[in-house]
Design a protein around this ligand. Structure first.
Ligand SMILES: Cc1ncc(COP(=O)(O)O)c(C=O)c1O
Length: 422
């Protein structure tokens, strides 16, 4: 028998497997994955503890505990001016991942098209394919701050297009869409009868006074958008698994059916922790964001000043930056490939499972070569920009979530690895 459904079997290999395998190397410094390294703030842990000790270890109502739904609706109202009904227009989920999965599955029929601006988080493309839809990849470029132009977006629309995905602040580029870009996207959605799926998970993590606007702020969009958010990043709560969807009752109808069958409810203990996160002191979150800002400045400053083979712009939000390695690739692709095929390179790469990497893959992307070279030679983990869509080619993603010490050590190692060529 065929053990796996064809839409999963036919998925292209995702870079995430390779990234996670490399991140396993304890000798390596990882700027590869986007996990906040802060402890969850103590008042949130206290609330979780209290919940555990007062019997909150059972099912909650399907769509969440009403106090948490209300806190989420209040947060949305105060930030966007849009009042959603807490009990019917907010569903609490086990992280934002199932919120994304169930949203796409509930909206996208077989052969519907999903417009996905890239570079972007890979889940949108993969989920769309799994449920039988087609991904229409809309490239965006560094010269436009990695936000697609309205013309590029409009040109990508097909008669089968049903959903437009927006990820702002963006993983992997750190781009934050301005109100004008959101408005332009909203106009396209209205003209072509599209539903906007807005992943706003990094909304709180913005720098230099940037505001990450929500798609809900655009007039007329409330009936054609689903907003996804969660606490994994902003509150360093990834292990609690709390996210949510917000949208009109009509839009969430299919979502709720899926949620019932595949989750029943988000973890009850975590929901109480989330309630403390949203209603308790905000100071710990602001402190984490200030520290991310310092780490961002450190990494940008050191790369800009000391690594001329890379070129970096400070991201406006998220915990990622997306430096260009085009200069490195143009001048030293052959040298990097030769190193990776030599004794030291092979020793590093031979540890990777053959299902995730073969030497032939080096021909596919200069960014992948740069990522693997930095891993093998410098023992620094980054993510190839090619993992996030074709327009990510020529870039690598670096997370500045690790500590300043780790960031400094990573840059020192990169400098030593590139020294012969600088
Ligand atoms: C843009 C984006 N959306 C969603 C997720 C999923 O996060 P979680 O399921 O922990 O909420 C991630 C995780 O890195 C992400 O970067």
């Amino acid at each position: 028998v065929e053990t796996t459904r064809s839409s999963i079997k036919n998925l292209p290999t995702s870079g995430i497997g390779l990234l996670l395998a490399i991140s396993e190397d304890s000798e390596a410094i990882s700027l590869g994955v986007g996990s906040p390294n802060f402890d969850t703030p103590p008042h949130i842990i206290g609330a979780a503890n209290h919940a555990l000790h007062t019997g909150r270890s059972h099912y909650s109502p399907d769509y969440g505990i009403p106090e948490l739904q209300t806190a989420i609706a209040s947060k949305i109202a105060s930030e966007t001016g849009v009042y959603l009904d807490p009990l019917t227009e907010i569903v609490v989920t086990a992280g934002s991942s199932p919120a994304l999965f169930n949203s796409i599955m509930s909206l996208v029929d077989t052969n519907d098209d999903v417009l996905i601006p890239t570079p972007s988080y890979f889940a949108y493309d993969f989920i769309s394919r799994i449920v039988g839809g087609h991904s229409i990849i809309v490239p965006s470029y560094e010269e436009h701050g990695f936000v697609p132009t309205p013309d590029d977006l409009a040109e990508a629309v097909t008669p089968e297009s049903k959903v437009l995905v927006i990820c702002s602040p963006n993983n992997p580029t750190g781009a934050v869409w301005g109100l004008d870009s959101l408005k332009a996207a909203a106009d396209i959605a209205m003209d072509h009868n599209l539903i906007v799926l807005s992943d706003e998970l990094y909304q709180r993590i913005v720098f230099d006074g940037t505001v990450a606007h929500s798609i809900l702020e655009i007039d007329g969009l409330v009936d054609r958008c689903i907003v996804i958010n969660g606490l994994s990043k902003s509150h360093a709560m990834a292990g609690f698994r709390i996210g949510w969807v917000a949208g009109s009752e009509e839009l969430l109808e299919g979502f709720k059916a899926l949620h019932q069958y595949n989750s029943i409810c988000a973890p009850m203990v975590s929901q109480h922790a989330a309630l403390a996160a949203l209603t308790g002191p905000d100071e710990p979150v602001r402190e984490m964001i200030d520290e991310y800002a310092r780490r961002r400045n450190l990494l940008v400053g050191r790369l800009a000043g000391e690594v001329p083979l890379m070129s970096v712009k400070a991201p406006k939000g998220s915990i990622f930056m997306f430096p260009s390695v085009k200069h490195l690739i143009e001048s030293h692709l052959d040298d990097m490939v030769a190193y990776l095929k030599g004794t030291e390179g092979r020793m590093a790469l031979n540890r990777l499972p053959p299902s995730l990497f073969r030497m032939e893959d080096l021909q596919s992307s200069g960014s992948l070569v740069a990522m693997l070279f930095l891993y093998a030679r410098a023992r620094v983990v980054t993510a190839s920009g090619s993992f996030f869509g074709k327009s990510g080619e020529g870039f690598i993603r670096m997370s500045f979530a690790p500590t300043s010490e780790a960031i400094n050590e990573a840059v020192d190692r990169i400098i030593r690895a590139l020294e012969p060529w600088e």
